[in-house]
Design a protein around this ligand. Sequence first.
Ligand code: S3P
Length: 175
Amino acid sequence: MASCLILIGFMGSGKSVVGRKAAASLGWDFADSDPLAEKAMGMTISEAFATRGEEYFRSIEETVVLDLLDQAAAAGVGMVISLGGGAVTIPRVHQRLALQPLVVLLDQDFDVSRNRTQNGRRPLAADPVRFRELFEARQGVYRELAQFTVDARGKSVKGVVADVIRIARERTQTT
Ligand code: S3P
């Protein structure tokens, strides 16, 4: 079975950028759940929250992530999958992630996450109090699911990508 490395972490931790670069270096496929959910909904995540509500978005996100995990399991090449920061809170996604051997948490500083999410594209980043509550509330589930944690604090994207690649190589050589 081909390897599948899944990046989890809070909004603004760098999952998409790091995932894309790590996949390119490894020669693996890359998939990002947010743009796939937007494609499936035919609207942006902000529009979905505003017009249909968070529950609707989570139902689409669930389908997208479960499909991606199925695809990765069937694929002949390795795959890096970057998940939206809240995907881990969806019960069926959580159950599936708990069975995955290569879940990597990008651990980022609160202030960096906050600064990177001020472009209006993330509905759950609009309210600073809610954003902080979510940041704190999610730490437990991220740590529960991750076999590896990359400390991204104060590190360049290049450095974080190098850490992720090292984990992928070590893990796939020995398994
Ligand atoms: C969310 C994270 C976002 C996106 C949506 C909700 C969350 O993805 O899925 O805005 O609940 O943490 P990123 O983590 O890629 O920003």
